[in-house]
Design a binder for this molecule. Structure first.
Ligand code: UD1
Ligand code: CA
Length: 448
């Protein structure tokens, strides 16, 4: 049984009051549409087809190969939107799962159950329903005296009595493909001048088919986003879902409501996250770490047993037992080896600090390699940029860089060498020597 997914995303989303297409608004760092595309892809095991219209070029550009695309030039309704998929899917699948791009909380599990139900019945239509007091403008589910579904009526066309129905249509369906393509052509224009996908339900019933429904347990799953208020609500729910999953996996959160973890991030067992921790992008945190409070980590790998306090870390690689902060900034290409200690107000960019190296206070290292157990004194700065080019600095194993040393790159300080306080190092310092002054010169040899 071959399955395809069609995700509707051509609508304008006027109520977002935005120049950005609605489905590209971010939730936990990912475009809104990412969520349903991801869930659908897992269920159908192929790339979903997205129907786009408003902001089509931008949507295509941002979502890239997460979806395949078909253009609905004029938005003539949900039925018309699904019809656009026929040219791409005709003869290529037996069943079609349909959902909206603005329903990011819809879970893979729920979609999977719907598909299973559809596959185990002969009827041409299966759909989700939800029972909720918050009717949110959803279509009402009509049932006959036998309790069987008889049709869907849009809120705008509902009678006073129908408005009291609390079983609602979230807009998620699974169709038998052959029946779908044929039936879509028979939908009549609605009083609003649209082709309603919901009409297919009534049509199937008239033809004598039983339409299967699957009730969603958690009404939050089918929250559709129309305004930025909904966006914030959905983000908070998604965050709760993700945080709960990590807590159940052994992560301690002091205040889950103030802990922000994007999808795709991983956190190891017995790690504690203090409030104000933000884990973005492609980030992995090891076991037994203490992160935060107030720490932002993006696209970074952190080993086991690390402590990161009130720091900002981007594109870095941190090995086990590193102790950092408060107020450190690691930028792209920072690599802190095992047991590195970095104290307050340190910035490291495109540099490696060898095992056990220490950088206690107020320093900048750029394009630098620091050997094992070297000590970077307070206020040390690598002058790595002359206004047009960047140059490397090398600091050998066990070197001792005196407070307020300026290392004017390109320059090397040998293993076991020392610089005096305030030295401006413009020439290489040989291993096991002491260099002092401005510009620094070697004044003494040191014992190994
Ligand atoms: C639709 C359902 C309604 C259901 C509700 C749930 C119909 C006729 N009604 O109503 O029963 O309760 O969803 O949210 O289907 N879209 C297109 N092209 C179009 C029109 C819409 O791609 O021409 C997309 C929109 O971008 C959106 C989705 O389809 O993602 C739903 O469209 P919307 O206009 O919000 O449908 P509703 O009127 O809310
Ligand atoms: Ca809607």
């Amino acid at each position: 049984m071959k399955l395809s997914a069609v995700i509707l995303a051509a609508g304008q989303g006027t109520r977002m009051k935005s120049s950005l297409p609605k489905v590209l608004h971010l939730l936990l760092g990912k475009p809104m549409a990412w969520y349903v595309l991801e869930a659908a892809r897992q269920v159908v095991q192929s790339t979903p087809l997205m129907v786009i219209g408003h902001g089509a070029d931008q949507v295509r550009q941002v979502l890239g190969d997460q979806a395949e695309y078909v253009l609905q030039e004029q938005q003539l309704g949900t039925g018309h939107a699904v019809r656009q998929a026929e040219s791409k899917l005709l003869g290529k699948c037996d069943m079609v799962l349909v959902a909206y791009a603005d329903m990011p909380l819809l879970s893979e599990e729920t979609l999977g159950c719907l598909v299973e139900q559809a596959q185990s019945h002969m009827g041409p239509v299966s759909m989700l329903t939800v029972t909720s007091n918050e009717t949110r403008g959803f279509g009402r589910i009509l049932r006959g005296p036998d309790g069987k579904l008889s049709g869907i009526v849009e809120e705008a066309q509902s009678t006073a009595e129908q408005l009291n129905i609390h079983e609602l249509n979230p807009g998620v369906y699974c169709f038998r493909a052959t029946w779908l393509w044929e039936a879509l052509k028979r939908i009549q224009l609605s009083p609003k001048g649209e082709y309603y996908l919901t009409d297919l339900v009534g049509m199937a019933v008239e033809e004598g088919h039983e339409v299967q429904t699957l009730s969603v347990d958690d009404p939050d799953e089918v929250i559709g986003i129309n305004t930025r208020v909904h966006l914030a609500q959905a983000e908070s729910l998604l965050r709760q879902r993700i945080n709960r999953q990590w807590m159940l996996a052994g992560v301690t959160m002091i205040d889950p409501a103030n802990t922000y973890i994007e999808p795709g991030v991983t956190v190891g067992q017995d790690t504690t996250l203090w409030p104000g921790t933000y884990l973005h992008g492609n980030t992995q945190i090891g076991d037994g770490c203490v992160i935060g409070p107030n720490t932002i980590i993006r696209d970074t790998q952190v080993g086991d047993g690390c402590t990161l306090l009130a720091s900002v870390v981007e594109g870095a690689f941190i090995e086990d037992h590193v102790d950092m902060g408060p107020y450190c900034h690691l930028r792209k290409g920072a690599h802190l080896c095992k047991g590195v200690h970095m104290g307050n107000f340190g910035e490291v960019k495109n540099s490696t600090l060898g095992p056990g190296a220490k950088m206690g206070h107020f320093s900048y290292l750029g394009d630098t390699t620091v050997g094992a157990d070297a000590n970077i004194g307070a206020g040390t700065i690598t002058c790595n940029y002359d206004g047009s080019h960047k140059y490397p600095t090398e600091i050998g194993e066990g070197a001792f860089i005196g407070s307020d040393t300026m290392l004017v790159a390109p320059v090397k300080v040998g293993a076991g060498a020392k610089t005096g306080a305030g030295a401006v190092v413009t020439k290489d310092v040989p291993p096991y020597t002491l260099a002092v002054g401005v510009p620094a010169r070697v004044i003494r040899k040191l014992k190994k």
